[in-house]
Design a protein around this ligand. Structure first.
Ligand SMILES: CC(C)=CCC/C(C)=C/CC/C(C)=C/CC/C(C)=C/COP(=O)(O)OP(=O)(O)O
Ligand SMILES: O=P(O)(O)OC[C@@H](O)CO
Ligand SMILES: [Mg+2]
Length: 229
């Protein structure tokens, strides 16, 4: 299945520990892909350790870096590279990217593996909200406007409504879904039940589940998959 057709992605944090047997259960949950990502304490070492744990299960693997210092490209299907639309600091839109390109001197597999993501960060208390100094108190029409800018002006293939750690406002996500045209709309944040998965799955093309895997376990993850598959 092409990445554009995924409806459910599981986000695994290299900074957290999964219990024995959990990866097996996650892999058989029906989720379409595993994304290796976190904002804080992600290193080449913990990324490589997580990759070792997940690579045996034939699921597509996505690396989503929080910065140029820790990026895996070997053994990964895609690198989803974020830019934050509503940050107050240019580095989170284009600065880290410039550093990354300089580090790799023309060896970035642009066509085969790189997928840019336009993040709209909406939980000010999340790590990503704090680190990127995102302006999070946006009205639905402002989120819709950022969505259009990302989609039609910058031509980002993904617009990602990010509420990491908390369940978002469905009115906001609906507004983004009405504004999006060509991009694939991602939603992530606080999905820990079939009901919440279905609610955001109504608007987003792809939902992302992260914390629930660690806090509640693979059975809850499977319920979120079944709600959108
Ligand atoms: C150019 C390269 C290689 C990378 C770009 C890096 C940029 C601009 C990142 C922007 C925002 C960011 C830090 C994204 C990381 C992905 C993400 C949102 C992970 C989830 O974060 P949280 O759940 O808030 O963090 P923790 O789980 O670590 O608390
Ligand atoms: O961890 P949760 O709250 O499920 O959020 C998922 C993802 O959007 C985080 O980047
Ligand atoms: Mg997280």
């Amino acid at each position: 299945m092409k990445w554009k057709d995924w409806v459910h992605v599981t986000k695994l944090d290299p900074d957290k520990q999964l219990k024995a047997g959990d990866i097996e259960a996650i892999a058989s949950s029906g989720t379409d892909a595993l994304m290796l990502s976190g904002t804080l304490n992600v290193t080449q070492e913990n990324l490589s350790a997580l990759l070792k744990e997940v690579k045996a299960y034939n699921l597509p693997l996505v690396m989503e870096p929080a910065g140029p210092e820790a990026v895996l490209m070997q053994g990964i299907d895609y690198v989803f590279v974020p830019s934050v639309m509503n940050t107050t600091e240019v580095t989170w839109i284009v600065g880290k990217h410039k550093v990354w390109v300089q580090m790799h001197k023309g060896k970035i597999p642009w066509e085969d593996a790189i997928v840019p993501e336009a993040y709209i960060v909406l939980n000010p208390n999340s790590s990503v909200g704090r680190v990127t100094k995102a302006v999070c108190d946006l009205k639905p029409e402002e989120v819709a406007a950022y969505t259009s800018v990302a989609d039609h002006y910058f031509h980002f293939p993904i617009v990602y409504i990010e509420y990491s750690g908390t369940f978002g406002d469905p009115v906001v996500v609906k507004a983004a879904s009405e504004a999006v045209d060509r991009a694939v709309l991602y939603y992530g944040g606080g999905i820990n039940s079939a009901e919440k998965a279905a609610q955001m799955g109504k608007y987003a093309d792809t939902i992302v589940v992260g914390n629930a895997v660690y806090d509640q376990g693979p059975a809850v993850l499977k319920a979120t998959v079944d709600a959108v598959q």
